[in-house]
Design a protein around this ligand. Structure first.
Ligand code: CO
Length: 217
């Protein structure tokens, strides 16, 4: 068990040989650069591997993962990934993909203290508060948890739209679509929650950001 990591290095050698046998130019082509069409924001959960469940290959998807697929507007990691993906790579689609059975969402529903992670879970608890009327009314706890996963994804998509990064891209008429998906660990199926945002007008006006220094008006 101590050396279980060695298996990974062995697997890597096998994978390299396989790729080279399928396409001798595979690695030299990838080394030239990347132009992925998609940015994936998903959960760190080991059961939700972004490329595998979407059938995408190296070079096709820019990926950011954290606990419960959150878009936290003070998270430099998320913002840097989003900025690079939108402004430099010019991805056309940003996908927030949550998943049923999410440990982060489940923990955020409860009151147990977990330590440092409680500070991260706070962001998810805020989503519960926004939707508490709907969520509290769901008596079945599994159903409530599933709906919480869904509304959390919807809120993260809205949070993407609130960023200056996304709004400036829209202002420049750069094609950029935001999507909210949910993956079911039990059957492997991804459902589209149809929260597609394509322009600033889809957001509450308080979140609209103008380029001009209109604070002086
Ligand atoms: Co999760």
């Amino acid at each position: 068990m101590l050396k279980s990591y060695l298996k990974l290095l062995e697997n890597n050698k096998t994978w390299v040989a396989e790729q080279n046998s399928i396409d001798p130019d595979f690695f030299s082509d990838l080394a030239k650069g990347q132009s992925p069409e998609y940015l994936w924001i998903g959960c760190s959960d080991s059961r939700v591997p972004a490329n595998e469940i979407t059938g995408t290959k190296p070079g096709e998807m820019f990926v950011h993962r954290n606990i419960a697929n959150m878009v936290v507007h003070s998270d430099m990691n998320l913002l840097s990934v989003l900025s690079y993906a939108v402004e430099v790579l010019k991805v056309k689609h940003v996908i927030v993909c949550g998943h049923y059975g999410c440990g982060g969402v489940k923990a955020a529903m409860g009151n147990k203290q977990y330590g440092l992670i409680d500070n991260w879970l706070r962001h998810i608890k805020d989503v519960y508060r926004f939707h508490s009327k709907e969520l509290d009314a769901i008596v079945d706890m599994d159903a409530r948890e599933r709906r919480f996963v869904e509304v959390n994804v919807i809120e993260q998509v809205l949070d993407l739209g609130k960023t200056s990064i996304v709004q400036n891209a829209w202002k420049k008429e750069q094609p950029l679509h935001l999507h909210g998906w949910v993956y079911d660990i039990k059957d492997g199926i991804i459902d589209d929650l149809n929260v597609n945002l394509t322009c600033t007008k889809d957001l509450h006006s308080v979140y609209h950001l103008d380029n001009e220094n209109d604070h002086t008006k």
